[in-house]
Design a protein around this ligand. Structure first.
Ligand SMILES: Nc1nc2c(c(=O)[nH]1)N[C@H]1C(S)=C(S)[C@@H](COP(=O)(O)O)O[C@H]1N2
Ligand SMILES: [Mo]
Length: 549
């Protein structure tokens, strides 16, 4: 008898459209409950911008606590899209967990409910402990998310259960002898249709709610505040003429060479922020604290007013490969860091200048570095504009000759004087060197590696070289095993800035390798020994191969 029934039900299954079993509908219900919970949580949290919603907050905690291998894996698989991938991964994992809870709730609703409560608790702690989060946002968003999630779970569960019971009379043969309706392997078609229409409405609503939470966040973005900022007109004086000369001169006008000043929208971007921090300068200030005589706080207007230093500085990332493009040169405008430090009064025992961003990132460098005469700025301007949002609006640090990971805090919130022993910045426990002086580097921009060039004609070999804050004294190029030839240098914008270089080359037919090396202002030539970026910056000579035809 049991066997017969099973056969009958199996025969029924292929004819059914859509989900064909309670397991599947339960899983789908769980997914929708999770989606609804996330959407509701996002919506509530969006009213508390800049507090992140549950998705970004959880992803932030993953970034904070992920082991180095996980971060590296993410980078190697997703490249620059590793952040969107992490957010998407968080969403997918939540939906999968929702499916599991949905199936569990089919027989034991309490398990499903408990799962959603745990879910909510994870969101609560993630938002609450986020650098930009608030406990008020955390509690309300999680509470609403749990109520919505559990509500959808129970509601969708009940629609199938109730209608199935109602239809038992119509299809007596499908009632299992065990008498447990929930365990029936197939949903009667009418119930399934009802379920699917509810599911559709819930799915669409969740999508609309999630989209509107994005809209609400964007409305409160800092873009308007930035657009309203007026930098007092300031002339970079002589510098502007030198830049004009650099652009039009024979080296700087070589096709393919990096521009002397990289435009803001082409400047490389590196940070751990999943979403660009939105800071309204009206509600922002910079505090200098720790081992100082008196804590001082500056408003955005204070800094704007005092931002009289305008200087080109090449910023580079420690993770830049030899020949890579995580380096750029910009004209930064700001207040000398030491002016502000002096107002706070740095105590002699303070050996480290630590800094933190509004989103909780941090770094630190020796106090000595700020006071050895190099350029160090609390910058508010980049290439004649207020700092772009992605480059740290309203204020960031720029310290010549130090990699960004130890010095260049974007969305700067506080500077704390401490000791080198007492504090490690974000990247230090993740395996990068405590100190991050920029290594002398040179890069061939043109011709491209593995490209074809015309034999016979003069080929322009050109690129950039940098050694902030030591400056570049000489750039040399070697073709095949020939002599090292000195390249022509473009206009110098000073020791903190990269310099363009050019070597015309009469290419003969065949395959050639070209290498470049630079010598810094102290007379030291960059080492030929190859080293990977980790832990303290890549070394070695940039080398390309070209085919002259
Ligand atoms: N708040 C914050 N500031 C940060 C970072 C970050 O992750 N968060 N990354 C640093 C690193 S590693 C580099 S190389 C520079 C890059 O600055 P850019 O994105 O303006 O080029 O910013 C630094 N400042
Ligand atoms: Mo970096």
């Amino acid at each position: 008898m049991k066997q017969l029934e099973a056969d009958h039900q199996d025969a029924d299954r292929p004819r059914a459209a859509g989900p064909s079993g309670t397991r599947l509908t339960a899983a789908l219900g769980g997914v929708l409950a999770a989606a609804g919970a996330l959407a509701a949580g996002e919506l509530v949290a969006s009213f508390a911008t800049p507090s992140p919603g549950p998705v970004v907050a959880v992803a932030n905690r993953v970034i904070d606590n992920a082991p180095v291998w996980f971060v590296e894996l993410g980078k190697s698989v997703f490249g620059l899209a590793d952040k969107p991938a992490l957010v998407l991964g968080t969403i997918i994992l939540s939906l999968v967990l929702g499916a599991v809870l949905g199936v569990a709730a089919r027989t034991r609703p309490a398990v499903g409910i408990a799962g959603f409560v745990v879910f909510g608790f994870v969101g609560l702690v993630s938002i609450g402990t986020d650098a930009q989060g608030s406990w008020a946002a955390a509690i309300t968003a999680s509470l609403v998310a749990v109520v919505v999630g559990v509500g959808i779970l129970l509601f969708l569960g009940s629609t199938t259960r109730v209608t199935r019971e109602a239809e038992v009379g119509l299809r007596p043969r499908s009632v299992p002898t065990s008498g447990a309706p929930v365990a029936s392997p197939t949903d009667p078609p009418v119930s399934r249709r009802r379920f699917l229409s509810f599911a559709g409405v819930i799915g669409v609503t969740a999508a609309v709610v999630a989209a509107s939470s994005r809209e609400i966040r964007n409305r409160s973005s800092a873009a308007d505040a930035r657009a309203a900022v007026e930098l007092t007109p300031a002339s970079a004086g002589e510098l502007e003429e030198v830049i004009a000369d650099a652009r039009t001169g024979p080296v700087g006008s070589t096709p393919g060479v990096s521009p002397i000043i990289v435009p803001n929208d082409e400047f490389y971007l590196i940070d751990t922020a999943l979403t660009t921090p939105q800071v309204d300068p009206a509600n922002w200030s910079l505090t200098i604290k720790g081992m100082v005589d008196n804590e001082v706080t500056y408003t955005y207007d204070d800094l704007l007013e005092r931002s009289e230093t305008i200087v080109p500085v090449t910023l580079s990332c420690v993770s830049n490969e030899v020949g890579g493009n995580l380096v750029g040169n910009a004209i930064w405008r700001g207040v000398p860091l030491t002016d502000l430090l002096d107002e706070a009064g740095v105590r002699p025992e303070a050996t480290q200048i630590a800094s933190r961003s509004v989103d909780g990132w941090s770094c630190g460098f020796p106090t000595e570095a700020a006071y050895d005469g190099r350029t160090s700025l609390v910058a508010v301007g980049m290439n004649g504009e207020p700092l772009p949002l992605k480059h740290g609006f309203p204020a960031r640090l720029v310290v010549a000759g130090l990699y960004g990971y130890v010095s260049a805090t974007k969305w700067l919130k506080e500077i704390e004087l401490t000791t080198l022993e007492d504090f490690d910045g974000y990247w230090i426990p993740r395996g990068w060197s405590k100190l991050g002086p920029v290594k002398t580097q040179s890069r061939i921009d043109t011709p491209n590696n593995r490209s074809e060039v015309a034999a016979g004609a003069d080929v322009a070999i050109a690129g950039v070289a940098w050694a902030p804050d030591r400056g570049i004294a000489k750039v040399e190029v070697q073709v095949d095993e020939g002599e090292w030839q000195e390249a022509t240098l473009g206009e110098s914008l000073g020791p903190d800035s990269w310099i363009q270089w050019l070597l015309p080359w009469a290419a003969t037919e065949g395959t050639h390798t070209i290498q470049v090396r630079a010598t810094d202002g102290t007379g030291t030539t960059q080492t030929s020994t190859p080293a990977p970026p980790a832990p303290s910056g890549a070394t070695g000579w940039h080398r390309i191969t070209v085919e002259a035809v």
